[in-house]
Design a protein around this ligand. Sequence first.
Ligand code: AMP
Ligand code: ZN
Length: 189
Amino acid sequence: MNRSTNYGKFFRHPLTSLIQNSLLYPVQLYTIDKRLHFKLDREEQKMAHEDCIFCKIIDGDIPSAKVYEDDKVYAFLDISQVTKGHTLVIPKEHTKNIYETPPETAKELFSRIPVIANAIRDAYQPLGINLLNNNEPVAEQSVFHLHVHLIPRYGDGDGYTPNWITHTEDYTSDDLQAVAKAINEQIKH
Ligand code: AMP
Ligand code: ZN
């Protein structure tokens, strides 16, 4: 071991500490700030989860009329019963809406829907069924845990009236191609 190394072990020049601290300080601040934000995000998520009425239904803390359950998916009657058999299908993993849903969760959720739709058909013989998934308040989402409505249809005036205004005349085929391209360019896997 040479002398200078030995010396450095016991004595740090004040300038060395000053330089080290001024360099490290922003890094330390950044790390603390990041940890704090991460902690807040986790706590916010936990709170959101604790406040979620559908999570409470899955946990059995709020009663529901259960239609189906497995380890990934829960289905129960919508309290509003727009038509008889109106069912909500939800993932057990809390996810706010379609924007935040991991592909695996979507796969699990949608794989159960044909099974449940067929069970509703066998039970009540509707003439058809509408699937509806609302995302964000502008689209009428009122419960912020992803859910798909299964609304059996029994004919006009059965309780469900989709409001659908067509704008076919407003778009040329070039317009359609341009819209499709704009969306396609944003596809992220
Ligand atoms: P959305 O408006 O698409 O978010 O749908 C939320 C649905 O949840 C509504 O149709 C409500 O009737 C239904 N809902 C809310 N609370 C309950 C509950 N405790 N049990 C069953 N359905 C519920
Ligand atoms: Zn939830």
